[in-house]
Design a protein. Structure first.
Lengths: 422, 299
């Protein structure tokens, strides 16, 4: 309650300030940037540092010179992790405060109703760090989000495509067993599109539900078609059972495995000797100078470890939005939307997080040069649905242990996407 | 097709063993014991504990994946689980019965017992999946196109023996007759000199012992994890209700129907929906025959 009262008081003060200084010299003007995050409730402990990271990015941008000569005002509201509260907060920010762009929220269950009932209809850009639901991609594909939604959390598509790529290089015909959840269904679908595009044939695609007495019917359906290999999208416990049954029933000991199966538990439960040569994918740890510089800056500013959920990706969400606001001719939703991809242009000069990075970016924007923001989570490039790809690790089982094979960088992942699109 | 039938029968056999205990408590103690499936989990873990202390025998029986220590494990697990069932009854259910608690009170108490039993397992053994042996067994082709693991055949044979043994006990022994009489009418049985307390004790012991066998067989052919009882809860009750509450043969047939219908359903519907099939069959049977396949008209 106190946070809310405080926020209200602050907003009133800011509003008074804004109206009071209209028409004064450019440095005194303000442009609002909205943010909705859970500050209280069960997600509060992770939401608060994420929200403060956004505020920090705004402060750095103001120090670097602000957006179009104006200060950016960070208007943060609490969603309490509830969709109704989040929608109210977003509606207030958009209708009353007139924000052209909004950061947040964290859970898809809050971000989604904000997108469909507030930001998309009002033509306000929404950039979420942390909402992972595939529904956002579907809304973008159907045109319902109007292209106003972006997220900096890598989607599973990169993994599905790389999975399809490595499977097609090694096996002509496979069967797929996948877990019957959002995660499994999406990854299986993404795998299928990629694998078939690269010339592979899926003989049998079998969904399974967790926690069953036995997976023999699933395993036998997948095995009956006599594939070269099994592609398994599963979690360790069920995955181990399925692998054991597959091997017991004489299936070929050739496997392509999803990220969750990269676990010593699986090796131990199944027997590493049976999994030798198995290939798999996982998210790769992002590294590079921009990431290390961010980590050091964050440590200095907050005296806390940046390796917590959502910190890097929300900083990037804020940075990309701020840079797009700076590059756009006017602070309106559609203009910002159209400039998000301009400031992440792969052809542009690389700019990094921090005050120096933002200053350089503003100079380049002023000079009309293209820029590419390489952020706290590495290079960012939004696809047509506002999703980003992350780097993908290819792992294998060699000599009875998990081993890292190689990393497919974001640029290589995007090259694979382009290859698929053709 | 043949393979699917074999898979269905093997899964059904394990379900049948668990469902017998459910149906006995429904028939004789007259309440739905939701903690019964946790006894399945405990049976599996009792055997695991025994093997951990006794060590796995170096010599295995022919093509099977285990040796003498496993036989000991089954027996110990059966006895220990029967003991656990009696302990739970002494601490919880018998006290409620003495106070003439309503049936729903017993049902909710069993929910609490189930949670407690499950979490004690997590506390002691941890949440990870474990196996009796690290070695993997290969399936052999018993009929053209039908592969089964040798362990599974043994599980099937032992299940048949247990069911046959229970059948003979219920049919011919004094205890069996007393149990059937108590199921029919507890008051009438008491008037005729049946000690209902003894009957109740044996009901728990038999139910617990068979649950332990189900748990051990599940652990042997699939894996052990703290949630197996919870995952089996619905299938076990479905099997017991399908067969008709109180009917041992009904529970066995019910278990087999569930195993077979899940397994064969993949021929016509996507595998993701196969868990719904037993419930459709249950709805259909309860609609046509509300007392279940083998249930008595009186109840």
């Amino acid at each position: 309650m106190t946070t809310r009262t405080w926020a209200l008081a602050a907003t009133v003060a800011i509003a008074a300030l804004a109206t009071g200084t209209t028409g004064a010299q450019a440095q005194d003007c303000t442009i609002p940037l909205g943010a909705v995050f859970p500050l209280t409730g069960s997600n509060g402990p992770i939401g608060e540092p994420i929200a403060e990271t956004g505020r920090w990015a705004v402060e750095q941008m103001n120090e670097a010179g602000g957006v179009q000569g104006c200060e950016v005002e960070y208007l943060l509201r609490d969603t309490q992790g509830q969709s109704a509260v989040g929608v109210d907060a977003a509606r207030n920010l958009v209708d009353v405060q007139g924000v052209p762009a909004l950061l947040g929220a964290i859970s898809s269950g809050v971000s989604l109703p904000i997108l469909t009932s507030v930001t998309a209809p009002s033509e306000v850009v929404q950039v979420s760090c942390c909402s992972s639901s595939p529904s956002f991609t579907e809304l973008a594909e159907s045109g319902e989000s109007g292209g106003f939604f972006f997220r900096t959390l890598p989607t599973s598509r990169a993994q599905g495509v790389v999975l399809g790529n490595i499977a097609s290089q090694n096996y002509d015909e496979v069967s797929v067993i996948y877990i019957n959840t959002d995660y499994g269904v999406n990854l299986a679908q993404e795998f299928q599109e990629a694998y078939e595009a690269w010339g592979g044939t899926i003989l049998e695609s079998v969904a399974y539900n967790q926690e069953q007495a036995s997976y023999r019917p699933e395993v036998n359906s997948a095995l009956a078609a006599e594939p070269d290999a099994l592609v398994l999208i599963a979690f360790p416990v069920d995955g181990s059972t399925i692998l054991r049954e597959w091997i017991s029933f004489g299936g070929p000991q050739e496997f392509v495995l999803s990220n969750a199966l990269r676990s010593d538990d699986v090796l131990e439960a199944v027997g590493a000797q049976f999994l030798d040569g198995a290939l798999g994918v996982d998210n790769a740890q992002v590294s590079g100078p921009s990431v290390e510089a961010f980590n050091a800056d964050y440590q200095a500013a907050f005296d806390a470890d940046p390796n917590r959920p959502g910190i890097h990706i929300n900083y990037d969400a804020a940075a990309v939005t701020l840079l797009a606001m700076a590059a756009a001719p006017e602070a309106t939703g559609p203009a910002i939307r159209d400039h998000i991809r301009v400031v992440t242009n792969p052809e542009g000069e690389e700019v990094y997080p921090g005050v120096d990075g933002f200053s350089r970016a503003l100079e380049l924007i002023e000079a009309g040069e293209p820029i590419r923001y390489v952020g706290a989570s590495g290079p960012i490039s939004f696809d047509e649905n506002g999703d980003v790809a992350g780097p993908v690790l290819i792992w294998t089982v060699t000599n009875g242990a998990l081993a890292e094979d190689r990393v497919i960088t974001v640029d290589e992942v995007n090259a694979l996407f382009d290859e698929l699109a053709q | 097709m043949g393979q699917l039938i074999a898979d269905g029968i093997l899964t059904g056999a394990v379900l049948s063993l668990g469902a017998i205990g459910v149906t006995l408590t429904l028939g004789i103690l007259r309440f739905a014991n939701f903690s019964h499936s946790e006894l399945v989990t405990w049976g599996g873990y009792f055997a695991l504990t025994f093997i951990a202390f006794a060590g796995t025998s170096a010599e295995t029986f022919g093509p099977l994946s285990f040796g003498w220590s496993f036989v000991g494990a089954i027996i110990i697990a059966g006895i220990a689980t029967a003991g656990l069932a009696l302990l739970v009854d002494a601490l919880v259910f018998s006290r409620l019965r003495k106070r003439r608690a309503a049936e729903m009170t017993l049902v909710f108490a069993s929910f609490g017992v189930a949670l407690l039993l499950r979490h004690i397992i997590v506390l002691i053994f941890g949440p990870h999946a474990v196996y009796y042996t690290g070695t993997l067994q290969f399936a052999v082709e018993v009929l053209p196109g039908v592969r089964v693991m040798p362990d599974q055949i043994l599980v099937l044979v032992l299940t048949l023996l247990f069911v046959l043994g229970l059948h003979l006990t219920l049919k011919f022994s004094r205890l069996g007759i007393a149990m059937r009489a108590s199921a029919e009418s507890p008051d009438l049985a008491r008037v005729h000199g049946v000690d209902v307390r003894v009957v109740i004790r044996w009901t728990w012991a038999i139910g617990g012992g068979l649950a332990a066998a189900a748990g051990v067989f599940y652990g042997l052919t699939v894996q052990l994890r703290p949630e197996i009882g919870f995952a089996l809860l619905l299938p076990l009750f479905t099997a017991a209700l399908l067969g008709g509450s109180g009917s041992v043969y009904g529970a066995v047939i019910g278990g087999l129907i569930i195993g077979l219908s899940e397994s064969l359903s993949v021929l016509i519907i996507p595998t993701g929906y196969k868990q719904a099939v037993p419930f459709l069959i249950l709805l259909l049977i309860l609609y046509l025959r509300p007392r279940g396949l083998f249930g008595d008209v009186a109840k």
